[in-house]
Design a protein around this ligand. Sequence first.
Ligand code: HCA
Ligand code: CU
Length: 375
Amino acid sequence: MLNHQKIEILDSTLREGEQTPGVSFSVKQKIAMIKRLDAFGMDFIELGHPVVSPDVYEAVETLNDLELHAKKMAHGRASKSDINDVATIGVKWMGIFFGTSPLSLKHKFNVTKSEALKRIETCVKYGKDKGLKLRFTAEDASRTNLDFLIQVGQVVQECGAERFSLADTVGCLTPARMKELVTNIRSEIDLPLHVHCHNDFGLATANALAALESGAQCVDVTVNGMGERCGLPPLAEVTTILTELYKVNHNWDLGLLPELSKLVESFSGRISEANQPIVGKNAFTHKAGLHVKAVMEEPKSYEAISPETVYRKRHIVIDKYTGKAALKNKLDIMGMHLKDWQLKATLKEIKAHPEKVSWKDDELISLANSIIIKV
Ligand code: HCA
Ligand code: CU
């Protein structure tokens, strides 16, 4: 579906991800994460915004010294001092961002549109003179007047930036509006397009995919969807959707997704929801008797992808929803081969205890034993 075009992923866990409330990664943790992100097969990795704090500056320096396959990018404002920082550290790529919506122009910068264009021009030229490869992001692009956004893209392109990025900074686009936006920008601007979609309405992943469908080249993601407020599209979802549903050929190592998720959970102290697709605790767990019976026959009955795709295992919950086939299977695995009436009696007991939401193995064994002994 998307194989005619180049698809890239930019991971922003170390930059936007660290903007998650309550999160601060140490330099050591960032080194551990970036190595796994690189092994996964990331195209770009954002290292951080050096001006934020001395430890972020140090992290950008240290991470930039690592040998990676991914392109390393530092983040910074459209200001000479931020550009100087990145050039001094020697990061090859810089992502420069500047708010282009009327709200940003008035409240963040208090500039007119032509002053903004001049500033963008000066900064992009300055960055190019410093020998940087540049991605220019129109922050709040989704609330920017289209004609002005096109003007911004044209200036950025004329001044020699390599990439143009559209940020849906408050996540207010819908997939249909994203498609329209990307299509409009692509008809006027020749640079490869990136999108940065926030998840304020839960549409970040859908919007990122809509952008790719309309010809954007690169989407920003974070592990576990971390980021300001409701975060960005989760890495695991975007890459498995692209692989499984869009049949994109890429060299991503999907088997690393659970490990990456756990690593970032432990460093951030932010545990993913159990129902989080792909990496969540329940993503490959089945409960209702009918489901379990069908999955035992043919896993595809209730699984969109096989858990092995991402090096995970299937789990079965035993509780009042359990059916006879699931219970028999569970007990057989544990070496307890019950007769039909014993199974029925065991199941009756389980169903008589709705307060027990997950029977543990040893509890099941003793229950089954008590029924066997009864006769
Ligand atoms: C920010 C805002 C940003 C920038 C995106 C970008 C956004 O935290 O600096 O530079 O590509 O969401 O607009 O993350
Ligand atoms: Cu952002």
